[in-house]
Design a binder for this molecule. Structure first.
Ligand code: NAD
Length: 466
């Protein structure tokens, strides 16, 4: 009998496996796909970042190198080489996971796992079905893109996975959904020459971001060529051989647009079907998420669930930390997750990132607050790099100066928010950060100045008049 059996080897499952092994537990991990790493490594975070970086290099060369006095007689790119580089990055990383699992003496089992009793998992393999016993089981089966009933997957209607593998740049690319996937993949293909039209059902752009940031982001992305249309409810598609006709309603009126390819990016749904037998009464909510407590324990005390399969944002880093927490809890440690400190990043250029509460949330919750904002236009490092769009915004509690939110749009926004998040994790005040030395010149100084600005002490911009 294994101490722990983990089903799924994405960032939640493989991290849980490694921590279980470090905790001295006899661990096995079951994966149905040929490669480890789940969506993130194979068809998500990593390949999309590879293409975002390649396409941004091309875009910068084409649009902005001349500002630096660099010119080319001709700019071109080879999509095949871009895709091969992306695939090589994936291969390196999935191979790395395989090595880590081996190095930690974790047994790896290829096949589809299904819990058939409190302590038993059935694994269906290409030729065999085996049954494994375990003291603890961790479900980490992830999620998949939502398919719309009126836009079935096809050659022309694709999910994020298909959109990472186009063999040529679509001339006209439609995207349903202006969420993170829509914006990231829209950026990739727009930079490579597609005419991108995004159709978003909501009237508000990026509602989960701070409104001040969202407004700036929408302006900039529109300037970059993303045609973002809010309040457009897509209701039907007609999929022909070489194009897709998309029918949508805007302000009560019917519209239609024709595209070469259509990406459907309307969210993801947990992979909770067929992962346990009906005799095993694991509770699932109406949206298919496995019900868990704050420590990711299901209603059956030795069965845990982590990552996209359970409540909370569908983010790799959230799943990984849940994996660590569960592995520690299994050996009786009291590890906890700071769910209020899960950062979000949109890897466009400039990046958008945030952690903690935004201004509309503090208002709704009647928290008395103060804000500090610093624009990259006043940052020496950002100006030197010709990368000075956007700003950093910090929100602190009015009464004790504790930082409660950090929001950034601009160069290295993800890294900047991460620095602020470390401070928040240690209950830092804006003054604590303001009294910290930041290297000059760095774009991180914008975080420092935003912290100073919270208490009207910014050095490199004017402060509010009181
Ligand atoms: P999302 O939920 O972020 O956005 C989907 C959008 O589609 C929503 O704004 C919704 O209003 C809209 N929509 C839904 N139905 C529609 C319709 N019929 N017509 C028009 N618009 C419609 O989902 P996503 O962008 O698909 O991302 C899925 C998940 O993957 C998210 O949880 C996201 O956080 C995660 N993800 C994260 C990253 C990252 O961290 N950088 C990258 C990719 C994906």
């Amino acid at each position: 009998m294994k101490d722990v059996l983990i089903i799924g080897s994405g960032p939640a499952g493989y991290v849980a496996a490694i921590r279980c092994a470090q905790n001295g537990l006899d661990t096995a991990i079951i994966e149905s796909k040929a490669e480890f790493g789940g969506t993130c490594l194979n068809v998500g975070c990593i390949p999309s970042k590879a293409l975002l970086d390649s396409s941004n290099k091309y875009y910068q060369a084409k649009e902005h190198f001349s500002e630096h006095g660099i010119s080319f007689t001709e700019q071109s790119f080879d999509l095949g080489t871009m895709m091969t580089r992306k695939d090589d990055v994936i291969k390196k990383l999935t191979g790395g996971i395989s090595g880590l699992l081996k190095g930690n003496k974790i047994e790896t089992i290829n096949g589809t796992g299904k819990i058939i009793s409190k302590h038993q998992v059935e694994v269906t393999q290409s030729e065999d079905t085996i049954i494994l016993d375990a003291k603890n089981i961790i479900l980490a089966t992830g999620s998949k893109p939502i398919e719309l009933p009126f836009a079935r997957w096809s050659k022309n209607i694709v999910s994020s996975t298909g959109a990472l593998n186009f063999i040529e740049v679509p001339k006209k690319l439609g995207i349903i959904g202006a969420g993170i996937i829509g914006l990231e993949l829209g950026s990739v293909w727009s930079r490579l020459g597609s005419e991108v039209v995004i159709l978003e059902a909501l009237d508000e752009f990026l509602p989960s971001a701070d409104h001040q940031i969202a407004k700036e982001v929408q302006k900039e992305f529109t300037k970059q060529g993303l045609n973002i249309n809010l309040g457009c409810k897509v209701q039907d598609t007609i999929d022909s051989k070489d194009s897709v006709l998309v029918k949508f309603v805007r302000d009560g009126e019917d519209h239609e647009l024709d595209f070469d390819k259509l990406i459907v990016a309307v969210g993801r749904t947990p992979n909770s079907q067929n992962i346990f037998d009906s005799s095993v009464e694991i509770s699932i909510d109406s949206k298919g998420f496995v019900d868990v407590d704050q420590y990711c324990r299901t209603n059956i005390d030795n069965i845990w669930a982590i990552g996209d399969l359970v409540r909370g944002p569908m983010l790799a880093h959230k799943g990984s930390e849940e994996g660590v927490m569960v592995a520690d809890r299994i050996i009786g440690k009291k590890t906890e997750m700071s769910y209020e400190h899960v950062p979000s990043v949109i890897y466009t250029h400039p990046e958008v990132a945030w952690v903690g509460k935004n201004e509309q949330e503090v208002k709704t919750e009647n928290i008395s607050y103060k804000t500090g904002v610093f624009p990259f236009a006043a940052s020496g490092r950002a100006l030197a790099a010709s990368d000075s769009k956007g700003f950093v915004k910090m929100i602190a509690n009015e009464s004790d100066d504790t930082i409660i939110g950090i929001h950034a749009f601009g160069p290295s926004a993800a890294e900047i928010v991460q620095q602020g998040l470390i401070a928040m994790e240690f209950s830092s005040s804006a003054e604590d950060l303001a009294l910290t030395i930041f290297s000059h010149p760095t774009v991180s100084e914008a975080l420092h100045e935003a912290a100073l600005s919270v208490n009207d002490q910014a050095i490199h911009i004017g402060n509010k008049k009181r």
